[in-house]
Structure formats: structure tokens, C-alpha cells
Write a protein that binds this ligand. Structure first.
Ligand code: ARG
Length: 456
């Protein structure tokens, strides 16, 4: 492509080192779409005749069909997807093909292709994230009444509904899908027409191209447009954060599936055995997802580090954006999909969750609240209950084994009805401030999500 300037061919080693075709071939459909729109604009600008345009469009569509069918021969020496397609076009249709690259550079071309690719992938990722949300909502609604301990510091804290715990992840994923939508909005701007760095002396109608390709607008600074990879960094961040959310859910699932917790049983279909220990049933899907979140964070770091020292404008370093991008997108899509399947296959062991939730210590805060309702300042109430808890631990008698008189030894504010505080159902239904896990609240939120998630 640059034979005019050079007298020696590129060394074979440099070709191998610099080629991106082996991975950026994934941009072919968007590259072809972008080229057709560009050719249309060149026709409008009087650079191509209608006949030449038709030849280009037909040739590009045939190339696309060949690639779709796996019949296209990719050539490493042509470096990347852009040059592979352009050179195939010229081989196929002759002279008009050689006019396609007018007023365009691979710098604005690759930026355009990548934005188009990201836009489609974001749409797929959001669909998968919503399906995972749906699977969590289904699981929550099948187990709406199940109580379990809520944990802080992985120590039993206060009772919650299992459904409330699952819905926490539905909320996280909703923020993630919002972030994807926001990223999509910001990246949906056309860079094509920025040329290599300074646009072109040949004027094409950029707004027309933007419309053809479904962009909301055109970039306003050619130098920024060819060197900007913010949109990839942003997408990698949103993917990494989604991965981190899945990793936290993984950790919950791994704990819950352990014999020590025993809250859930994962389906055989989503676990693996051990080659040595016949009894093992391992939560590999959750472990892999927890592990892969490291890669997602790494891909974000990799791109940010690549970008950090780059002078304006395009530098070949930018070719390093694609492998982390492709890897993160592939990884999160598969993780979201397999997670939804795993959630749909899990069983909750009601006896175990119920047994754990009936630990009266979970209601120690409720005892303090009881005192507050009887006029004791909270700090004082906290201390009184602290002493009762210490007494319970020391005497090995549970909080619900103490009589009202036992309680009155610690504070005269306790009445005969103190035993009612230690009833888990009452305790849960009292937690009715917005966002708290009273069964009524959880039911409302479940209905909300069922409605929202049925809308696609
Ligand atoms: N394969 C290149 C990339 O992904 C395309 C742009 C090449 N531009 C250039 N001036 N070498 O960055």
C-alpha cells in the first residue's frame, strides 16, 4: 500500500510483529458497512460515479458474503482487516476499488469500525445482563419467604430475606446496564472524515455518513477523533465493574454451596467433580468467574497504561487496544450467560437457611431498639444489650432462653413482652423503611423488577 516510498519490502519478522489481521478481522462487517457509507458520500461529493459506487458496493457485499462463509483468504502481509478488504476489493473490481480510500485514512477508519463494533456488542452485553437479572428475580420469587442471616465482616449480623440478598445483585446489574447505555451514548459519534489527523481537502458530507451508520453526530476535532480511545477505556471499565459484581456474587455462591453454610445446592450441570476425591462437587463456574474478573480489570489497566504516555495523535501503540477489548467483551458475555444458567439451576436448602436464621443473636439490635422504644438512649441500650450478649456467651444460654425477669436484671425498661422481640417473622416485618428487607418491601421490589425486566 505504501510501495511508492519504499525500496525494500517489510521484513517477515516485522510483518508478523505488526499484523493485527489475526484478531481485528472481527471488525470486518463494520469495516464494510463503513466503507459503503464512505463510498456513498464520495459519490455525493462527485469523486465516484454512480457506476463506480455500484461496483464498490457489490464488491464489498460479495467480500462480506465470502468472509461470512469462511471462504475469504486473509493475508498477514496485508497487515490488518482494513487493508485485507480494500485490496481484495481492488483485485475483484479493479479501478473503482482504488478510489475508495479517498479522503480517508486507516486512522479514522479503525476508530469508526471499533465504535460501530462496540455499539453492537454493548447491545448484546446489556441483553445478557438483563437475562441474568431475570434469572435472579426468578430465583428470588421462587424463594420469597426464605429467611437467612445477613452478614457483615462475614459474621452474622441481622436477618434478611434470601430474595433481598439476590435482589441486591439485581440493583448492581441495573446500574451496570445504565453505565453500558451511557457509554454507548458517548461513543456514538462518527470519527470518519478526520482522515489521518487533519481531515481532508476533499470535502465529504460527514453528517450524511453519520446518519448512514446510525451515529448521533460527528466528531468536532480531527486530532482528538483519531487518537481517542476513551470509549474503549470506558467500556472496559464498565465490563470490569460488572465482572467485579459477578465476582462478589461468585464468592457468595461458593460460600453458600460449602458444607459449612449449605444454603444452596448447585446443579450437577454447573459443577465439576474431582479426579481424586469422589465426594467432591466443586463450584467451578463461580470460581472461574471470580478469577476472570481479574483479567477484566487487567484489560482495563492494560489499555489505560497504553494510552497514558501517547503524544497526539495516532500512534501504532493504539493497535494494542483491540485484544483487551475483544477479550473483555467475550469474557463478560460468556460469564453473564453461564451465570444466568447456573442461577436457574440452583436449589435452596430451606432447612439450612432457616436454622442459620434462627440464631437469636441476629436480633440483638432489635433488643436495643426495644429499649429505645421504651425511652432508653441508643448508646445506653447498646451497652445493656452488649452485657446481655456477653452473659449469654458466658452462660451458654441463648438470648431466647432468658425470661423477662432475667432481662429486667439488666434494665428496668424491659417489660413482659420482651420475648416477642426475638420472633424472627415479627423482626423482619418491622424492617419496613424503604430498602429494608420486610417481606412486604421485598415483594414490592420483586414485582417492580418483574415488570421492568419483562419489557424486552
Ligand atoms: N491496524 C491499525 C490499528 O488497529 C489500523 C490503523 C493503522 N494506521 C496506521 N497509520 N498504521 O491501529
Amino acid at each position: 500500500m505504501w510501495k511508492g516510498r519504499f525500496t525494500k519490502p517489510t521484513s517477515a519478522l516485522v510483518q508478523r510483529y505488526g499484523e493485527s489481521m489475526s484478531f481485528d478481522h472481527r471488525l470486518y462487517a463494520h469495516d464494510i458497512w463503513g466503507s459503503i457509507a464512505h463510498a456513498k458520500a464520495l459519490t455525493k461529493a462527485g469523486i465516484l460515479t454512480a457506476k463506480e459506487f455500484q461496483a464498490i458496493e457489490k464488491g464489498l457485499l460479495e467480500i462480506k458474503a465470502d468472509i461470512d462463509a469462511g471462504k475469504f483468504i486473509w493475508r498477514e502481509e496485508l497487515e490488518d482487516v482494513h487493508m485485507n478488504i480494500e485490496s481484495a476489493l481492488t483485485r475483484r473490481i479493479g479501478a473503482p476499488g482504488a478510489k475508495l480510500h479517498t479522503a480517508r485514512s486507516r486512522n479514522d477508519q479503525v476508530a469508526t469500525d471499533t465504535r460501530l463494533w462496540c455499539r453492537d456488542e454493548i447491545d448484546s452485553v446489556v441483553k445478557l445482563a438483563r437475562d441474568l437479572q431475570r434469572s435472579l428475580v426468578e430465583c428470588a420469587s421462587h424463594h420469597e419467604q426464605i429467611v437467612m442471616p445477613g452478614y457483615t465482616h462475614l459474621q452474622r449480623a441481622q436477618p434478611v430475606l434470601f430474595a433481598h440478598h439476590l435482589l441486591a445483585y439485581v440493583e448492581m446489574l441495573a446500574r451496570d446496564t445504565d453505565r453500558f447505555a451511557d457509554t454507548r451514548k458517548r461513543l456514538n459519534v462518527l470519527p470518519l472524515g478526520s482522515g489521518a489527523i487533519a481531515g481532508s481537502t476533499i470535502i465529504v458530507d460527514r453528517s450524511f455518513v453519520a446518519k448512514e451508520l446510525g451515529f448521533d453526530g460527528v466528531s468536532q476535532n480531527s486530532m482528538d477523533a483519531v487518537s481517542d480511545r476513551d470509549f474503549i477505556a470506558e467500556l472496559l471499565f464498565v465490563i470490569a465493574l460488572t465482572g467485579v459484581h459477578l465476582s462478589r456474587l461468585s464468592e457468595d455462591i461458593i460460600l453458600w454451596a460449602s458444607a459449612e453454610f449449605g444454603f444452596i445446592t448447585l446443579s450437577d450441570a454447573h459443577t465439576t467433580g474431582s479426579s481424586l476425591m469422589p465426594q467432591k462437587k466443586n463450584p467451578d463456574v463461580a470460581e472461574l468467574t471470580r478469577g476472570k474478573s481479574g483479567r477484566l480489570v487487567g484489560n482495563l489497566m492494560s489499555l489505560l497504561t497504553t494510552l497514558k504516555g501517547l503524544p497526539m495523535t495516532y500512534n501504532r501503540d493504539l493497535q494494542e487496544d483491540k485484544e483487551p477489548l475483544f477479550d473483555s467483551v467475550d469474557t463478560i458475555k460468556l460469564a453473564l450467560e453461564v451465570f444466568a444458567e447456573m442461577i436457574r439451576g440452583l436449589e435452596v436448602n430451606v432447612a439450612k437457611t432457616q436454622a442459620a436464621a434462627s440464631d437469636p443473636m441476629l436480633l440483638a439490635t432489635d433488643l436495643a431498639d426495644y429499649l429505645v422504644n421504651h425511652g432508653v438512649p441508643f448508646r445506653e441500650a447498646h451497652e445493656v444489650i452488649g452485657k446481655i450478649v456477653a452473659h449469654s456467651v458466658k452462660t451458654k444460654r441463648a438470648l431466647n432462653e432468658f425470661s423477662a425477669d432475667d432481662y429486667r436484671k439488666f434494665s428496668k425498661a424491659f417489660g413482659k413482652d420482651v420475648g416477642n422481640v426475638l420472633k424472627i417473622d415479627t423482626a423482619l416485618s418491622k424492617r419496613k423503611s424503604t430498602g429494608a428487607p420486610s417481606p412486604a418491601n421485598v415483594a414490592t421490589r420483586l414485582k417492580y423488577w418483574q415488570k421492568v425486566l419483562s419489557q424486552d
